[in-house]
Ligand binder design. Structure first.
Ligand SMILES: Nc1ncnc2c1ncn2[C@@H]1O[C@H](COP(=O)(O)OP(=O)(O)O)[C@@H](O)[C@H]1O
Ligand SMILES: [Mg+2]
Length: 240
């Protein structure tokens, strides 16, 4: 049976991944700050809501709900058009009420929210922004073990999950504690200095289980509310 795929709706990029992310995969979107990780994750939810009526939940630990939605509007996406299909949950807000929550760890809080939303709205797509912030807040004592269990739990949740993660340019590791092995897919975002002056955004599918994908870098362009990729060519005219 051919597995259903969730499109990223980045024009030209889905074609490089047999049509998108296999439904049910738990994938990482990795990159330095400002590489548009949050924007791309939200764009995926936005387009899947708009085009396929798919429901989703975006759980943010890093940026406030307000900050995220302001950014999304500034990018030219109209949240109002999809607000019935996308729940944006600001978990940092509940930090204030942590006393009331007793001894629950942050991983439990995340799971509780993800599960309740699943029960109440039945989403197809889930975003966690970001995994390292959850690791930090949850104060993982055995990160490899804790992450293994988190990924096992996500599998049971029966949803397609995007875990956003930070990665500095100085490292070649896609995961500090084996996240890269646990994840079904990895999409890497970079900003490259092409001529000493100009910065180009790039995107690459590093890993996607069950998929005959290209591993090449593509230039990532954004304009008029749409993402698209082109082959990397080192000319200034290549980006907007
Ligand atoms: N209207 C816009 N059009 C294109 N790019 C923008 C616009 N507004 C902000 N950006 C870019 O988006 C970046 C932030 O994207 P974001 O998804 O928050 O990155 P990340 O989550 O990887 O840190 C900014 O650093 C800026 O370069
Ligand atoms: Mg972000």
């Amino acid at each position: 049976m051919v597995k259903e795929r969730i499109r990223t709706y980045i024009e030209g990029f889905d074609e490089k991944m047999n049509g998108g992310v296999p439904k049910g995969h738990n994938i990482l979107i990795l990159g330095e700050p400002g590489t548009m990780k949050s924007t791309i994750a939200f764009y995926m939810l936005y387009m899947n809501a708009f085009e396929n009526n798919r429901k989703s939940a975006y759980i943010t630990l890093e940026q406030s709900r307000e900050g995220l939605l302001e950014h999304i509007e500034a990018m030219g996406l109209d949240f109002d058009r999809v607000k019935n299909l996308i729940s944006v949950v600001d978990l940092s807000l509940i930090r204030k009420n942590l006393d009331k929550l007793g001894q629950q760890t942050w991983t439990q809080i995340f799971k509780m929210y993800a599960q309740n939303l699943k029960k109440n709205m039945g989403y197809d797509l889930l975003v966690l922004d970001t995994l390292p912030v959850l690791e930090l807040l949850a104060n993982f004592t055995e990160p490899r073990n804790d992450l293994f269990h988190l990924f096992e739990w996500l599998k049971e949740l029966d949803t397609t999950t995007i875990l956003i993660s930070e990665m500095s340019q100085s490292t070649k590791d896609f995961g500090k504690y084996g996240e890269d092995f646990l994840a079904d897919g990895i999409i890497h975002l970079t900003m490259e200095n092409v001529d000493g002056v100009t910065i180009q955004r790039r995107i690459r599918c590093v890993k996607m289980r069950g998929t005959n994908h290209s591993s090449d870098y593509y230039t990532l362009l954004y304009g008029d509310g749409e993402f698209q990729v082109t082959r990397v060519i080192s000319e200034k005219s290549d980006f907007k």
